[in-house]
Design a protein around this ligand. Structure first.
Ligand SMILES: Nc1ncnc2c1ncn2[C@@H]1O[C@H](COP(=O)(O)OP(=O)(O)OP(=O)(O)O)[C@@H](O)[C@H]1O
Length: 388
């Protein structure tokens, strides 16, 4: 969808900002460009919408050499989100979002209708926020308007330059999650610039790690963390890459353990301990997760499971990251968490225990070309780092 072919950019003062860059971003793929300040990320990005022209090389969009496309036409195919957002201060949130479609000839009422849908999509209720002015929004809310506005013309490509850079870490994580959900729905081809490796790893289908003007490694987050191509990349992703790996490794069905299972209307299981279990998972009639029951309660109680079952607080959908699993365990002080299939209304799949989490982490590590040091994936190390 976007292809860089031996692209170099030298500024008039002789600075080589980008040096012989070649890579390709597939349709619907989200590629993060990450690297230290001044390494050429923004220059790369701005060459795609022709805010900057390359000195050498060519860039293709959907097979067309962009140097042959009129910049105004080109930019209609490309949404652009920047850190400072650049909302029009004297226009309401709704009008800000509707601006581009309106400029493209969509009737005002229609453009506003679409803008309201988009605000909803980025998590801003149009009834509450639509008539506000940018200065009446928080930083995070302004960023969301920026994203909604970039999506308004429904461009196939989005360029995002540190879009969440100006907000605090909590809001930032929230925006990242929302953006990932949004991307699932809209599947744009996205180039996303950040200097934060955590953000790059979290969001990217693939990551381009920049050194000075050059891409040192272009690969999946898991491979970049597990098998850094160069010393430089290893340094950049950091010594705690085992920990970062938690956030890019999803829980798979094969990782789960199958505990004893009882149903709500079953008689109490009297001998769970005899079967070597301290608890059982409780399911409803549809085999969806209801809760759990301890062996002790089951042994001492009377009646059916229903009267003694406790609500399940620590659960996650399959596909959630090991990091989420780990933090859910810590948050609920739980020795295990239940994993469900959200697509089938909560069907219970099994439980993840610390031992299984550790195995999953090993699996993900072993999948890479080069092993990372064993202590990097040691769960106790992970626990001690996360707890501090
Ligand atoms: N107009 C310009 N003239 C001369 N040099 C420039 C110009 N714009 C950028 N540069 C230089 O090109 C290099 C790459 O800049 P660029 O903005 O692409 O980096 P970046 O990776 O996006 O950095 P940051 O994370 O700080 O935004 C830097 O050394 C910068 O000083």
């Amino acid at each position: 969808m976007i292809r860089f072919e031996n692209v170099t950019k030298r500024y008039a003062d002789g600075t080589t900002a980008v040096d012989d860059l070649s890579f390709e971003v597939a349709e619907g793929e989200l590629v993060t460009l990450v690297g230290p300040s001044g390494c050429g990320k923004t220059t790369t990005m701005k060459m795609v919408n022709r805010l900057i022209e390359p000195t050498e090389g060519r860039i293709f969009l959907d097979g067309d050499d962009i140097s042959g496309i009129d910049p105004v036409q080109l930019r209609r195919r490309i949404g652009y989100v920047i850190q400072q957002v650049g909302l029009f201060p004297h226009r309401t949130v709704l009008d800000n979002t509707a601006t581009v479609p309106h400029l493209l000839g969509v009737k005002r009422a229609k453009a506003r209708e679409r803008a309201a849908e988009l605000l909803d999509l980025v998590g801003l209720d149009p009834a509450t926020f639509g008539d506000r002015y940018p200065e009446q929004l928080s930083g995070g809310q302004r960023q969301r308007v920026g994203v909604a506005r970039a999506l308004a013309a429904d461009p196939p490509v989005l360029l995002m330059d540190e879009p969440f850079g100006a907000v605090d870490p909590v809001v930032r994580e929230h925006l990242q999650n929302e953006f990932l959900r949004l991307q699932q729905a809209v599947r744009k081809t996205v180039l996303f610039v950040t200097h934060d490796i955590e953000e790059a790893v979290r969001l990217g289908d693939r990551i381009a790690v920049y050194g000075q003007g050059r891409v040192e490694q272009f690969d999946t987050p898991s491979t970049v963390l597990g098998a850094p191509a160069t010393e430089y990349v290893a340094d950049f992703v950091g010594a705690d890459r085992g920990l970062k790996r938690l956030s890019v490794t999803p829980i798979e069905e094969g990782d789960l353990e199958q505990p004893p299972v009882v149903h709500l209307d079953d008689p109490l299981p009297k001998d769970l301990e005899g079967a070597g279990a301290r608890w059982a998972v409780v399911l409803d009639g549809e085999n969806n997760l209801h809760g759990w029951i301890s062996a002790e309660h089951a042994r001492a109680g009377t009646g059916t499971v229903r009267e003694h079952a406790r609500r399940m607080e620590a659960w996650l959908p399959v596909g959630a990251s090991l990091k989420q699993a780990f933090s859910t365990m810590l948050q609920h002080d739980a020795g295990w968490i239940a994993v469900i299939d959200e697509r089938s209304e909560g069907r219970f799949l099994g439980v993840l225990t610390p031992a299984r989490l550790h195995e999953a982490l090993r699996r993900s590590t072993a999948a890479d070309a080069r092993d990372i040091a064993r202590e990097d994936v040691d769960l106790e190390t992970v626990a001690s780092i996360t707890a501090t």
